[in-house]
Each structure stands twice: as C-alpha cells, then as structure tokens.
Design a binder for this molecule. Structure first.
Ligand SMILES: *Cc1c(COP(=O)(O)O)cnc(C)c1O
Length: 356
C-alpha cells in the first residue's frame, strides 16, 4: 500500500473557479498563470481544463514545450522572456510569446530576429523594481522594436507591488504610466487581486494565477469568500499510529511537547518533507474525520503528532485534512507565517497529485 498522503485536485472546483474568473473579466482576455508547475498542482493536470484558454503564462521554456506537447495551441507567454540567445530558436519554433524586460534581451533579439511577425510584451518597471524598462524609455524601446523587428503586436505589461482592495499607490503608478504611454498600445496590468478589485485596469489582457487554484491573493480567505471561489486542492493523509501519553511524557524532537495529563495522540503521515510548513503554530487546525484538532510538538520530516483528547474514536486509518475545503490553505499559511502561494509551490514531489 502506498503512503496515504495525497493532494486531491478537485476538478469541479477548478472549473468553478475558471468560470467565475471568466465571468468577472468578460470580455477581456486572460492569461492563466501556470508557472512553477501550475503553482504545484502539476502543469499537465491543470492545462487539460484550459485547452480553450486565451493564453497560458509560464516561466520556463520546459513548461512551454510541455504545454505544446499537451496540444495547447493558443498563445503561451514566457513571463521573463528568454535567458540565453539559444532560447530564441526554440521560442520561434514553438511559437511562444515573450516578455522583453531589458536592453540585453532587445540586443540579442535584434541579432537573431524572428522570420515571421511576433507578439512582444514589453515589461515596464514599477515600484517593484525587479525587472522592466523605466517608463520614460518605453516609447523609445517600442519604436526601436517596430523599426527592426517584424512585430504583429506589442503589449505593455506591468506588475504592481500591491493591488489589493485598499491600496491606491499603484493606481497612481498606473496613472503616471498611462500619461506617458501612447494610447494605441495594448496593456496587461492586472493580476488576481486587481481582477477582483480594480475593474478599471483590465485593459486588454489580465493575468490570473492564485484565483484559479481557489485561494486568496491577499492570503485571507474572508477577502474572497463572497466571490464563490472553491479551494482546488485538498492535502489529505491518514493516521498511521496512535500513542497513549501518561503525565510527564513528551512528544517529538527536543521533548518539545510535554503533557501533565493522560491523553491519546495520533501520528499523521505528513511532515515538512511533504511541504507542510515546519514553522506552523501548534494552534493550527487539522481535521480528523471531520473534527478539528491541532498539532502537538514539532513537525518532523515525515510525520507529525496531533491531539486526540477530544476525538476518542479516531484510530489508525482515520482521514486527515491538512488543508482543503474545510481548513483553508490561507489560514494554514498565516499560522506558518507565510502565504498560500508558498505552500502551494512547496508541496513536495513525493506527494502524489490525484485528479478527482
Ligand atoms: C505570477 C504572476 C502573476 C500571477 O499572480 P497572481 O497573484 O497569482 O494572480 C501575474 N503576473 C506576473 C508577471 C506574474 O509573475
């Protein structure tokens, strides 16, 4: 029998989220963001449901090629473009859309231009200050591209530091960008948070990652609860051991948990080696046969202990939900001092992803 931990991908919930996003942004076009193995869900698992998507955005050539091999024929966006001149041959061969964020890319592109007209995304730097051209140079960059490269379309792309409900600093940034950019240029400015809260910046293409997977871009489920998104993944496992503790006994490394009363604990097949965060606070909820309990002692590589004092009927084989429909990944992330995005991406390769 295989180890009982698994990430169950609920395809009904995935389709639900897909439809909600499409309804919200209609008629704008959407890049569904499947970088980092579709936020840990498995790119091939997710792309099956996106075969008619306007476009899919990824980071690496390997991911893009995988999508083409899965018969995805619509546009594929490389969010950071190419990393080496040799990549360009593959980009042209597979008809991929690239972001250009820097002059060195532009120079290489001109050395090895496409033989057919391509779509190019020009990344504008914002207060993120990671990648992108200074807004004051963008019009010039575009005129260089139009002069030297056979382009079908140019889209200006920007990614903002905070697009949540109550921040307006980025709206000011957008205003400045729009004052400078030629009005005829297409734009892609909105990520998941902006899709929910900033209809006025949809422009031509939005980019949706975390919402597709049914978690909140603010890491707070209550911020998105009214939109009817559904968590896509349930991380589930089982109890594989039961221990009876007596007063004065301890649990886990460094005697971390100490009990002064008699109690029963369950041992779950799930540890930090699976991607469950070791930094988790012990108050975090864990669901056993539908009943809430919490962790005792520190999470180890392959296992963790949970309190069964109020769940006397739990036994070996009892079902455990680490996160999913009842225990929101957003809440688990908060109690581990991280964000849902990181938990999704950290789910280990040894956890089987099962489509259901
Ligand atoms: C990852 C990424 C996104 C998706 O962000 P979400 O908050 O998950 O919607 C959008 N745009 C860019 C440039 C990204 O790198």
């Amino acid at each position: 029998m295989s180890r009982p931990i698994a990430a169950i991908i609920n395809t009904k919930n995935l389709k639900n989220n897909l439809n909600i996003i499409r309804k919200i942004i209609y008629p704008t076009k959407i890049w569904f963001v499947l970088k980092d193995n579709a936020y840990g869900h498995g790119i091939t698992n997710i792309c099956k449901f996106l075969i008619n998507a306007d476009g899919i955005a990824v980071l690496t050539l390997e991911e893009a090629i995988l999508l083409r091999n899965e018969n995805f024929r619509n546009p594929i966006l490389l969010l950071e473009g190419f990393f080496h001149i040799n990549d360009l041959k593959i980009i042209y061969q597979y008809n991929l859309t690239m972001v250009i964020h820097n002059k060195w890319q532009l120079n290489l592109l001109m050395q090895y231009p496409p033989i057919y007209p391509i779509v190019i995304y020009i990344k504008i730097n914002t207060s993120m200050n990671r990648l992108g051209f200074n807004i004051n140079s963008v019009n010039k960059i575009i005129s260089i591209i139009e002069k030297h490269i056979h382009v079908k379309q140019i889209v200006c792309m920007a990614h903002f530091a905070d697009t949540s409900q109550n921040t307006h600093a980025f709206l000011y940034e957008i205003k400045l960008i729009n004052q400078i950019l030629n009005n005829n240029y297409l734009r892609s400015f909105a990520n998941s948070a902006a899709i929910l809260w900033h209809r006025n910046i949809y422009y031509d293409w939005v980019r949706s990652g975390i919402l597709l997977y049914g978690a909140s871009p603010t890491n707070s489920w209550k911020d998105i609860s009214k939109f009817n998104f559904k968590p896509v993944t349930t991380l589930r496992s089982k109890i594989i051991g039961i221990q009876k503790l007596y007063p004065g006994t301890t649990v886990s490394y460094n005697y971390q948990y100490y009990t002064n009363i008699k109690r029963q604990i369950g041992i779950i097949a799930c540890g930090y080696g699976d991607g469950y965060p070791k930094t988790i606070s012990s108050e975090t909820n864990i669901l056993i046969n539908g009943q809430k309990t919490h962790i005792l002692g520190n999470v180890t590589m392959d296992m963790m202990a949970i309190d069964l004092i109020n769940i006397p009927h739990a036994s070996i084989g009892s079902n455990v939900e680490l996160w999913g429909e009842h225990i929101k990944i957003d809440d688990v992330a908060t109690s581990a001092k991280t964000i849902n995005y990181e938990l999704m991406c950290s789910l280990s390769i040894r956890v089987p992803r099962i489509l259901k």
